[in-house]
Unconditional design. Structure first.
Length: 403
């Protein structure tokens, strides 16, 4: 493993220089606080009520045949799981895994009845599971094996699960399997030598998949046609999601001048790329509102006030930039912060009911004992309040990009 890739696996945040080393992770960059650079993984300046939680993310080593592997990432989290935001209600923990298990990347079926998610299991592998969207019950494992089966998505009809896997070699390809009836129907979709993941199928039944392919360490967005079996490269970027009306793709691009990830949209053929966010923050994992007029995403643009603590029991006020869930209009305006817990929230996705959304979070997994690292991550559900619906789910026109 290269030095830069090792650094990506060991540090709490991913610096911009790692992009050239082909390290995917979630590519978060450093964010300063009012007391200087906050660096997870040390026992210094940890805010009261917070602790460290280990998270494992998929990385790509382009210096070694695009091998995909899990790498640990240290994240900050609140000890409690309370959500104080006035913009959401009915915040519910949908999974409650203990120990080394990490539930992540929820995706709601087209009929809204089932949630697909990936689960890092005790031996370090990842498999895809489903559960009932209302109750979190009826949990079913959809993939098997000691490899990595990750970043799942639903087919347009909801009868198949599309996902990435390194089941046949050390880099990842796109696969699909039947969603119900005990699985079966396993089929490999892509055959490239690069790493393919972050797949999403067009909701309008036009047989188009959008996905990320890593080429020489650079994330690029491609589409795949089920009709012609051909893949087409569109632009540099990652985490593509096709709008419900089938007209746009939302995705993220690393801005080398700003040193952060920003959210963009483009047409299905890659034309008219439009930047939506531009701020001193990482804006990641975007997905669409069912109306195609709003985008929900994770960002560390906000901050919470906290009292830092260290081994000398010296207390100082500090600002902590964690990842929360946000929402904005598809033109980048009318931005609302949805979660404020102070933990690591990301991978949000709306349910077809247009009010409920699911996300992953490490809230409640931190330990008061700074000498110990918490483990675990769960899928959560929340509903935007009527005030947010009345204020935000409207049709603003000619707005400026989000700041």
């Amino acid at each position: 493993m290269s030095h830069l890739t090792s650094l990506c696996a060991a540090t709490a945040v991913v610096v911009a220089a790692l992009i050239s080393a082909g390290c995917e992770s979630d590519n978060r960059t450093s964010r300063s606080t009012s007391t200087g650079m906050f660096s997870a993984g040390t026992s210094q300046d940890v805010p009261e009520g917070y602790g460290y939680v280990s998270r494992h993310v998929v990385t790509v080593d382009q210096t070694n045949a695009n091998i995909v592997r899990l790498s640990p990432l240290m994240t900050i989290a609140t000890v409690d799981a309370i959500e104080n935001s006035t913009n959401v209600k009915a915040v519910t923990r949908m999974t409650d895994y203990k120990g080394a298990y990490e539930a992540d990347v929820p995706r709601v079926s087209p009929d809204g009845q089932t949630v697909l998610y990936q689960l890092r299991e005790e031996y370090g592998n990842i498999n895809l599971w489903t559960m009932a969207s209302e109750t979190g019950t009826n949990k079913i494992r959809n993939t098997e094996g000691d490899n990595l089966n990750f970043y799942g998505a639903w087919s347009t009809k909801g009868d198949k699960i599309i996902f990435s896997s390194n089941r046949t070699d050390q880099n990842s390809h796109l696969w699909e399997i039947k969603a119900y009836g005990g699985g079966g129907g396993l089929r490999r979709i892509t055959e490239s030598r690069e790493a393919d993941f972050w797949v999403h199928e067009a909701p309008t039944a036009n047989d188009i998949l959008a996905y990320t392919r890593y080429q020489i360490g650079v994330p690029t967005i491609w589409t795949y046609s089920r009709k012609t079996y051909l893949s087409t490269q569109l632009r540099v970027g990652r985490q593509p999601q096709i709008s419900p009306d089938g007209l746009k793709i939302v995705y993220t691009v690393f801005d080398e001048q700003e040193g952060h990830w920003n959210i963009w949209t483009m047409n299905m053929d890659g034309s008219q790329p439009t930047q939506l966010t531009s701020n001193d923050a990482d804006n990641i994992t975007p997905s669409w509102h069912p109306s195609s007029k709003w985008i929900i995403f994770a960002s560390n643009k906000g901050s919470v006030s906290a009292t830092s603590r260290n081994s000398k029991a010296v207390k100082n006020e500090t600002r902590l930039h964690n990842f929360d869930i946000w929402m904005m209009h598809a033109n980048g305006e009318f931005v609302s912060q949805l979660t404020v817990n102070g933990s690591d929230d990301d991978n949000p996705v709306f349910s077809p009911d247009a009010k409920t959304f699911y996300f992953s979070s490490n809230r409640g997994h931190a330990l008061e004992d700074l000498g110990k690292i918490g483990t675990g991550r769960d899928v959560w559900r929340a509903t935007i309040t009527d005030d947010v619906v009345a204020m935000d789910i409207a049709q603003p026109k000619d707005a400026a990009p989000a700041k």
